[in-house]
Structure formats: structure tokens, C-alpha cells
Design a protein around this ligand. Structure first.
Ligand code: UDP
Ligand code: MG
Length: 320
């Protein structure tokens, strides 16, 4: 297979207002970096707006553009997986459609890759413009919490914006899981990975496709995918509660021996409610893992393609 030097992979969900400018800026950046030997892979993740029509139009006019239309909305991480699976480049740039991550950094990222002999150059956000205070605070907390409880060191404040070598991408594509936290999975494959610091911009058009519910799910996928610490928490909590109940037992027995066995309704209720809450919480956590085990065990394809516009060169090692 003739591989292009560079593939730029972009997951898109309701991004009709961004696509044209994205195409222009990515094309210019790719041309500056590698000349004409590149492809741009746009993945339409079941958009409800005119994104697919725009992609088809762009693909008809640009032979370097491949547009892939998924059968429905599969979610950001699976849409990105589809693009990575179907791209063919020697080097792969992952970028969001909303131009929060400037494609113009490509040349510098490639230089960093060369200088440091790296397989992955991941972009670390120094600043996040145009995002809500809530999002910034929860994101900062999330990455730090994740760092503490995971066994794989996952870089802080890093999104999916990154440049990868073919061998790192192929290693990534060998991971079959459904619940995909891609930035963690890429960290897991290893090789030499180096940071590249940048300032994140505002969205060009439209609004964030990550409402709170999706953010929570994303966070749960990250935690359950990379750590069993919450499961260990169950046994630690059990141990601590056992210690506590021994103390309570002594207190009650001593009280009984001293003859003041007061039957306290309040304390009984408190203990019952507290233990009930802890048990439900622990059960819920076990359920999170169990549910994911169930989903993985079905071994369904990760994504389904409905239509393609332009020349797909990649090999599709996953999914189909
Ligand atoms: N996206 C997607 N499918 C989804 C949600 C988002 O392909 O179900 C894409 C979206 O079009 C964008 C990228 O994933 O290119 C990141 O989404 P967004 O910019 O909304 O996230 P944020 O930057 O607000 O975290
Ligand atoms: Mg964005």
C-alpha cells in the first residue's frame, strides 16, 4: 500500500459551521508540513445538521479528502477510532473539528517529534479560552484525580490533539475495547511520548458537544478503563467499618455493664442510613465495572460505516 506521509483525522458531530474553515486551515498546515502527500479523514458521527452534505461537497472538490459517514452517532471516541482505523498515513494528526486546537501547530509538533525521536507528541493545554469556569475546574480536578488512581501515567490537561507515528497508531489499534478513553489508551501503548504545550482557543462555531451527562460518562470510562482503585475502595471501606463497629460494640457492652443501656433511636437510624448508603455506593461501583464487562463481552463492532466519499486508503483493522 502507498501510504501518504500524513493523515489528519477529525471526528465531527454537528459541525457544519466549522468544516469549511477547518478544511482550509488543515490543508494549508498539511501542505506546509509535508507538501501534497497527505490525506484528511473527516468522520461524520451521525450529525443532525448539514455536516455530511458539506463533507460530500468538500470531498468532491478535493482528492485528498476522505469523508466517512457513520451509521449513527457513535460518540466522540468511537468516531475518532473509526477515522484512525481507516486512515493510512505514516504520521497521524488527531484534531477536533471546532478549531479549538490550531492546525498550524503541526509543523512545530513534527519538529518536536524529530528532535526528540518521539512516537507521540501530545498537546498539553496551558490555557483554555472560551470554556466555562465549571468545565475548567472539573477538567482540572478530573485529570489530577485520574493521575492519582490509575496505574498508567496519563498526561495531565491533555486532550486527543496529538501527532502519532504509524507504529504507535498500529499498537493503539490493537486494543479492542468498546469503552474507549483514547488519550489513556495512547499513553498505555508506551514508546517515546513527549508533551507539546499550547493555548487552546475558543470554538469557531456551534457549541460544545460535551454536556454534563456525557462528561460524567467519559470520566467513568476513564476511571474504570484504567484503574481498579474504586473496587479496592470497597474492601478498604469494609475494613474501616469493621473497625468502627468493634469500637461501637465495646461502647455498648461497657454501657450495658455500667447499667445505662439507653436505647437510642437516633443513633440506630444514623448507623442504618449510613451503612445503607455505603453499601449502595459500593454496589453501584461494582455495577459500573460489571456493566462494562457485559458490554465488552458482546464483542460488537466499534462502529459501522454507512457511506464513504473519497478514496479510503486505510486498512480497517477494527470494526469490520
Ligand atoms: N464529537 C463527535 N461525536 C460526539 C461528540 C463530539 O464526533 O458525539 C466531536 C466534535 O465534533 C469535536 C470533538 O468531538 O470535533 C470534540 O467535541 P467538542 O469540541 O464538543 O468537545 P469540547 O471541546 O467542548 O470538550
Ligand atoms: Mg471543542
Amino acid at each position: 500500500m502507498q501510504r501518504p506521509k500524513l493523515s489528519v483525522v477529525v471526528p465531527c458531530y454537528n459541525e457544519e459551521g466549522c468544516l469549511e474553515l477547518l478544511h482550509g486551515r488543515v490543508s494549508a498546515a498539511a501542505r506546509e508540513a509535508v507538501g501534497s502527500d497527505y490525506e484528511i479523514v473527516l468522520v461524520n458521527d451521525g450529525s443532525r445538521d448539514g455536516s455530511w452534505a458539506v463533507m460530500q461537497r468538500l470531498a468532491a472538490a478535493d482528492p485528498r479528502l476522505v469523508a466517512i459517514n457513520l451509521s449513527r452517532n457513535h460518540g466522540h471516541q468511537l468516531a475518532l477510532t473509526a477515522g484512525l482505523d481507516l486512515c493510512a498515513g505514516e504520521e497521524i494528526l488527531i484534531i477536533d473539528a471546532d478549531l479549538q486546537d490550531p492546525p498550524e501547530l503541526l509543523t512545530d509538533m513534527r519538529a518536536t517529534m524529530r528532535e526528540q525521536g518521539a512516537d507521540v507528541v501530545y498537546a498539553v493545554r496551558r490555557k483554555r479560552d472560551g470554556e466555562t469556569f465549571f468545565k475548567k475546574v472539573t477538567a482540572a480536578f478530573f485529570y489530577r484525580m485520574l493521575d492519582r488512581i490509575t496505574d498508567t501515567p496519563i498526561p495531565l490537561d491533555t486532550g486527543d490533539f496529538r501527532l502519532m507515528s504509524r507504529r504507535a497508531l498500529d499498537a493503539f489499534l490493537s486494543l479492542p475495547e468498546q469503552a474507549r478513553f483514547i488519550r489513556g489508551m495512547v499513553a498505555w501503548v508506551g514508546f517515546r511520548q513527549v508533551p507539546f504545550v499550547y493555548d487552546r482557543h475558543e470554538r469557531h462555531a456551534g457549541e460544545s458537544k460535551y454536556p454534563l451527562a456525557k462528561m460524567i460518562r467519559f470520566a467513568l470510562d476513564a476511571v474504570t478503563g484504567f484503574s481498579t482503585a474504586p473496587l479496592r475502595f470497597a474492601s478498604h471501606a469494609g475494613l474501616a467499618l469493621t473497625g468502627l463497629s468493634v469500637l461501637l460494640f465495646l461502647y455498648i457492652v461497657v454501657g450495658w455493664l455500667l447499667g445505662n443501656a439507653v436505647q437510642g433511636w437516633t443513633s440506630t437510624m444514623l448507623v442504618v442510613v449510613f451503612l445503607g448508603a455505603v453499601q449502595m455506593f459500593v454496589l453501584g461501583m461494582i455495577g459500573e465495572y460489571l456493566g462494562r464487562l457485559y458490554v465488552e463481552s458482546k464483542r460488537r463492532p466499534l462502529y459501522l460505516v454507512a457511506d464513504v466519499a473519497g478514496p479510503v486508503k486505510g486498512h480497517a483493522s477494527l470494526g469490520y
